[in-house]
Design a protein around this ligand. Structure first.
Ligand SMILES: Nc1ncnc2c1ncn2[C@@H]1O[C@H](COP(=O)(O)OP(=O)(O)OP(=O)(O)O)[C@@H](O)[C@H]1O
Ligand SMILES: [Mg+2]
Length: 328
């Protein structure tokens, strides 16, 4: 897994957590990159929910903002990226707007970071102190902080390193969500299957929720409860896997599914999606899929399609569905 990350369970923050809130609620997330004098609109108004124990797959062509969405959730974005809008709530606790200072408050400023990571391993998992410190060191390495830096105090670390230390802490104490960004992409099919089994086991045994980013729609079909199809920084369609894959509404979802090889299909009959995703430094003003859409109408070129909900629990952002019905 290239980027397994986790968010701390809200029971660590009992005074703040709302027990009735969904596990994770992302609303209108906007994350941009600065590129010289230009802005890359990488994630532009993405919303979704994740309930406890649920697995959500995220798919979409290369460059559509999947990784940027995931990195925004855990706040380990590159230096030229910024969350400029929206909210990310974990058990109702707002994470998107927390400043670095607020994050630093969550690390005790007068204790060395390795001690802080080891503490919950001792207290909550009952692991002996020596072993807990060893595990804390391994967690630090895992999140990209050299183990020897574990003796540092939070103020001695850069903002980015402090966030990494926070993630190591979250991993130490029983994460609620595991995010895999293309966890199986570079693996042969047997190892791929082993990893998927492992994820499934973790999910079942630890009650973890899963966000699985992949180009492999069959992995999503096998592993996930819900699927979110992204296109050019926005949600094209989202809903239960069976509903979205069984009856894709958005022309982009249909195109993506037609372009995906199945074991029965003759590869020569696969349909490629003509054209390429837009340059996110200067995306088209209406529906971002309009320039490639076989069903394009005038309105699509100027008006951003609002999301509508279908009776089977799918959200779709397309002008073909003004009243949440099938196209006329
Ligand atoms: N560090 C960066 N600086 C500027 N632009 C970036 C940076 N990282 C990503 N982008 C741009 O942000 C957009 C979204 O990229 P992102 O990596 O989130 O896509 P993705 O869906 O994960 O793609 P892939 O399937 O190839 O992994 C793309 O247009 C990409 O070029
Ligand atoms: Mg990516």
């Amino acid at each position: 897994m290239t980027a397994p990350v986790a968010a701390a369970r809200a029971r660590q923050l009992p005074k703040l957590a709302d027990p009735d809130a969904p596990l994770l609620e992302v609303e209108n997330l906007v994350t941009h990159f600065s590129l010289g004098s230009e802005t890359v609109h990488a994630v532009d108004g993405v919303s979704f929910r994740l309930n406890a124990g649920e697995a959500l797959g995220i798919a979409g062509e290369s460059g559509c903002g999947k990784t940027t969405t995931a990195l925004s959730l855990v706040r380990i974005l590159p230096a030229n990226a910024k969350i400029v809008g929206g909210s990310i709530r974990l058990h109702g606790i707002e994470l998107a707007t927390k400043s670095d200072d607020a994050l630093m408050n969550a690390l005790d400023p007068v204790r060395r970071i390795r001690d802080q990571i080891a503490e919950p391993i001792v207290v909550r998992l009952g692991v002996p102190e020596r072993e807990a410190r060893r595990r804390a060191g391994a967690l630090l390495e895992r999140v990209g902080i050299p183990e020897r830096r574990g003796s540092a105090y939070p103020h001695e670390l850069s903002g980015g390193m402090r966030q990494r230390a926070m993630i190591a802490m979250a991993l130490a104490c029983d994460p609620a969500i595991l995010i895999g960004d293309e966890p199986t992409t570079a693996l042969d099919v047997m190892v791929q299957a082993q990893i998927l089994v492992l994820l499934e086991e973790l999910r079942r045994e630890l009650g973890l929720s899963l966000i699985l980013i992949t180009h492999d729609l069959s992995v999503i079909a096998e592993t996930c409860d819900r699927v979110l199809i992204m296109y050019a920084g926005r949600v094209a369609e989202e809903g239960p896997v069976r509903a979205v894959f069984g009856n894709p509404r958005h022309p982009y979802t249909r195109a993506l599914l037609s372009a995906f090889p199945s074991i029965e299909a003759d590869r020569r009959t696969l349909e490629v999606i003509p054209g390429a995703p837009p340059d996110l430094r200067n995306p088209p003003p209406g529906c971002r899929f309009a320039p490639r859409c076989p069903f394009v109408m005038d309105v699509c070129r100027t008006v951003v399609p609002p999301e509508t909900s279908t009776p089977d629990g799918v959200r779709v952002a397309c002008h073909l569905y003004p009243t949440a019905e099938e196209p006329a």
